[in-house]
Design a protein around this ligand. Structure first.
Ligand SMILES: Cc1cc2nc3c(=O)[nH]c(=O)nc-3n(C[C@H](O)[C@H](O)[C@H](O)COP(=O)(O)OP(=O)(O)OC[C@H]3O[C@@H](n4cnc5c(N)ncnc54)[C@H](O)[C@@H]3O)c2cc1C
Length: 545
């Protein structure tokens, strides 16, 4: 390291950390240290969108978490992927770009977070992106994240949309614009054929700044808190660990699993739990690690003739072509994440927001010999947008290298089971429309015999998995129990902020990347003492009551 004196230490170079480090270091006199446990993200499998299934199986760039035992899922454990690499989870995610429903943010404001309503968040959503279709009152035209609309040229994508329309739903022209609800052609964090991670967008262009230091392959073990004030962090392994101090603030961006773990390792948490692990309490904050939310979901799979599925283009020759086209021209199937259509729908009229999300794949994924392979067919990933069940992240040990315990508690609340059963039935209804008639689409998972409520519930308890959207474990709020206040400051410790998925008070109706980037842009302005961007007045769609 060149510098040893810093104003800010940012922990974690994921979605939020890359934004915060980049924005804070725009001020040349401010010295910023960004610390990341993982290593370089310069790998073709990270860069090539079509290599997603290889990224998912690449253990070296992940933390390797498992949730569970899950009490409502027969004690199962669930593989919970989280990026441990520059870019964090944005370097391993599926690149789907969905912002969330405007009502999500208005809901946060209804709970007292007045400056987090949609009108205040929209200018930051616009600031973070360059949308390939051009700017408008909802979309940005000159931000670091490049977002493109998928081509969705395979015939099954169109069939998905037509089947949905025939089932009574509308195609929305831009689900990240005026209207989220409905069927849509997907948008992705992909530009000119490559993954547009937070690292690529925010970090790489500024790595040469003299006032920004990036320390990767370095584990932060705890935040150093002296007399109620965060003064630095302890990094490194056991006996070789050392303390790095900073003069202004420590900003935790370690994600919804690691941030609460770090707080607890630092003595900030529930005193009873800390005592059980021999950790002295420096600040009581009982809510740390609680309120864990996620989007629980399942795959629904249908078999088709090989020639009707995208898998027909992915035989050995097809894969060689895919690789060659991508390497030589950044074209072809290597440039897609394969999730090119989707939907946000309501299964009941008692909710104002779409309570279920569908991601459609024109091929079927199966596990053969321990590997994920594509087979003829298509599938829907069906998940709950705003589940009621809550889980927790707790310590297993005072050793920072040991994984915390993660329990999602999926399907603990009856309404979640009901909504997922209805979501499966709704997907089936869409596939029974005339648009699908010319395809031999036999349902293979869960299978046509799994029809009664009891059978579908059994299927769900056996198969429900994760959309990899842990959030809410260091909840932002105005009440005494909230971990951070509306400016993302840890209530119990001075000069310590958190911005990442952990501070979402309530998970958004979407994959989380865009919302986390937006929050990080907004909190960066707060840290810098800059005037917030003026609230927007763009309207948004509400379903008729
Ligand atoms: C497999 C997968 C698929 C997904 N697909 C999508 C998608 O298609 N679209 C979408 O919008 N969202 C998707 N997401 C979710 C999205 O990527 C995350 O919600 C988002 O990246 C969270 O941002 P974050 O800043 O909270 O944490 P992260 O991006 O996870 O960053 C946290 C960073 O902190 C580092 N860190 C943690 N602890 C320490 C420590 N003690 N010391 C040093 N460094 C540390 C980590 O290594 C990591 O780099 C997906 C996530 C996964 C895992």
């Amino acid at each position: 390291m060149v510098n040893t004196q810093f104003d800010y230490i940012v922990v974690g170079a994921g979605a939020a950390g890359c934004v915060v480090a980049s924005r804070l270091s725009e001020e040349p006199s401010v010295r910023v240290l960004l610390i990341e446990a993982g290593g370089s993200d310069r790998s073709p499998i990270i860069t090539m969108p079509g290599a997603l299934s290889f990224v998912y199986q690449h253990r070296q760039i992940q933390w390797g978490y498992r949730s569970g035992p899950e009490p409502e899922l027969g004690g199962r454990t669930i593989d919970e992927k989280t990026g441990r690499v520059l870019g964090g989870s944005t370097s391993i995610n599926a690149m789907i770009c969905n912002r969330g429903n405007p009502m999500d943010f208005d809901g946060w404001a209804d709970d007292g977070l007045k400056d987090w309503d949609f009108a205040h968040c929209l200018p930051y959503f616009r600031k973070l992106e360059t949308f390939a279709d051009g700017p408008n009152p909802w979309r940005g035209g000159d931000g670091p994240m490049r977002i493109s609309r998928c081509k969705a040229s395979h015939k099954l994508y169109d069939t998905f949309l037509r089947g949905g329309e025939q089932a009574g739903f509308e195609v929305t022209p831009d689900h990240n614009g005026y209207r989220q609800e409905g069927l849509h052609v997907a948008q992705s964090f992909i530009h000119e054929g490559v993954r547009w991670s937070a690292s690529r967008a925010y970090l790489r262009p500024v790595r040469q700044r003299g006032n920004l230091e990036v320390l990767n392959q370095t584990l932060v073990r705890r935040v150093v808190v002296e007399d109620g004030v965060a003064t630095g962090v302890e990094v490194g392994d056991g006996a070789l660990s050392r303390v790095i101090t900073c003069e202004r603030e420590v900003v935790l961006c370690a994600g919804a699993i690691n941030t609460p773990q770090l707080l607890m390792l630092s003595g900030v948490g529930d005193p009873d739990q800390l005592r059980a692990h021999g950790i002295a309490t420096v600040a009581e904050a009982r809510a740390v690690g609680r309120n864990l939310q996620n989007h629980p979901g399942v795959d629904l799979q249908f078999a088709t003739r090989r020639e009707d599925s995208l898998v027909s283009e992915l035989d050995a020759l097809g894969q060689v072509k895919l690789g060659a086209e991508w390497i030589l021209r950044r074209k072809g199937l290597g440039t897609t994440n394969f999730f090119e259509t989707g939907a946000f729908l309501r299964t009941r009229s008692s909710v104002a927001f779409p309570n279920v999300q569908y991601e459609f794949l024109p091929l079927r994924r199966a596990v053969r010999g321990g590997k994920i392979v594509a087979v003829p067919g298509f599938q829907f990933w069906v998940d709950l947008s705003r589940p009621e069940s809550r889980g927790s992240v707790t310590l297993r040990s005072s050793d920072p290298a040991e994984h915390p315990s993660i329990v999602f508690n999926h399907l603990a609340v009856r309404q979640d089971v009901v909504d997922l059963i209805d979501a499966i039935r709704l997907a089936r209804r869409m596939t029974r429309q005339p648009a699908w008639e010319s395809y031999r689409a036999d349902e293979v998972v869960p299978g046509p015999d799994v029809e009664s409520d009891a059978d579908l519930e059994r299927f769900l308890r056996e198969k429900v998995g994760t959309s990899y959207h842990p959030s809410g474990t260091c909840r932002m709020g105005v009440d005494a129990d909230a971990v951070v206040d509306g400016e993302a400051r840890v209530r119990a410790v001075a000069r310590l902020r958190i911005v990442d998925a952990s501070i979402m008070p309530r998970v958004v109706t979407a994959n989380l990347n865009a919302a986390v980037l937006m929050m990080a842009e907004k909190v960066s302005d707060l840290i810098r003492g800059k005037a917030a961007l003026a609230p927007a007045d763009a309207p948004y769609y509400r379903a008729p009551a």
